[in-house]
Design a protein around this ligand. Structure first.
Ligand code: FPP
Ligand code: MG
Length: 293
């Protein structure tokens, strides 16, 4: 199964997409792809098959987002908490990631043709080195693509991300690159793994669980959150269109709140700009190191 499925929409589905596109469509949508194991149990298959079906659904969903004109997608593929699952299941999920990132590199011509930038957000130091290498290669290869962005949260939690941002800032203060007075919400945002992305306008969680499970907590303060009962492998285009439709009904107010938050942003001093450029450079160097390992 490839990362971006070929389009298989019916004429009626295309018509509905075009109707929705007359209204505001989110630039960035995030998914908590939950319910793979319950789907496996329900359909009497192995858990690993449930996760594979989950990946197939991701691939289909990326195609739907593309058709809708949604430029950026963020998915929660593996939480740091998931390391606490049985060794067998963690190994299964790691093997799936290994195969899929390998596949992504094999499909690099398609990725470059479609202009897709892949970013893996999370604590890569916790991953097996071969997976880290594949991820680093994929990120370096696609980093300048701008037509669409896919952020894969892998070995991720928000609290880990915010802790990491704090550590970068404290190091910057210790090294004399920034001062305590430079610290504000914007600087913290700029040090998160998601610093290159706008906040998602919509976050969808499947499987009936009504919580965020440490996903994009900092980034989702003005996000429309859509909880749906369907298990992720059973998510279909109508569920996605329903979420976008519900967002359209309240997006005017959400955009107003987001603008109000942005009004208070200060212009960055050259000291802060330099600090952030150095941080970006160090992160790229680390990726290059992982890729060459
Ligand atoms: C949550 O369902 C799903 C996961 C922990 C894994 C999600 C991974 C994929 C959909 C594959 C994506 C892979 C890559 C490489 C991007 P669950 O296991 O919590 O199921 P449950 O809620 O029914 O127990
Ligand atoms: Mg779950």
């Amino acid at each position: 199964m490839t990362w971006i499925a070929d389009s298989s929409l019916t004429v009626f589905q295309r018509f509905c997409i075009n109707v929705l596109k007359c209204g505001p469509v989110p630039n960035h949508i995030a998914f908590i792809m939950d319910g793979n194991r319950r789907y496996a149990k329900k359909t009497n298959v192995e858990k690993s098959e449930g996760h594979s079906k989950g990946f197939e659904k991701l691939s289909e969903c990326l195609q739907w987002c593309k058709e809708l004109g949604i430029k950026e997608v963020t998915v929660y593929a593996f939480s740091i908490e998931n390391f606490k699952r049985s060794e067998d299941e963690v190994n299964t999920l790691m093997q799936l990631a290994r195969e899929k990132f390998q596949k992504l590199l094999e499909e690099k011509d398609k990725m470059m043709e479609e202009g897709i930038c892949i970013r893996v957000i999370g604590n890569l130091s916790l991953l097996p080195s071969d997976i880290r290498k594949l991820i680093a290669e994929a990120m370096i290869l696609t980093k300048d693509n701008t037509k669409a962005v896919l952020n894969v949260a892998f070995s991720y939690t928000s609290r880990d991300e915010i802790t990491n941002s704090m550590k970068e800032i404290v190091k910057g203060v210790d090294d004399g690159e920034v001062t305590v007075e430079d610290i504000d919400e914007d600087l913290i945002s700029q040090c998160l793994y998601t610093n290159q992305s706008p906040n998602p306008e919509v976050l969808v969680r499947t499987s009936g669980e009504v919580r965020l499970s440490d996903f994009l907590l900092w980034q989702s303060s003005n996000t429309y959150i859509c909880f749906t009962d369907v298990l992720w492998p059973e998510f279909c285009i109508w569920h996605l269109l329903a979420c976008v439709f519900k967002y359209q009904r309240c997006c005017h107010d959400l955009k107003k709140y987001e603008q109000e938050c942005n009004i208070n942003k200060n212009v960055k001093s050259s000291r802060v700009v330099n600090f952030l450029e150095n941080l970006q450079r160090r992160r790229l160097e680390l990726l290059a190191h992982y890729a060459s390992a």
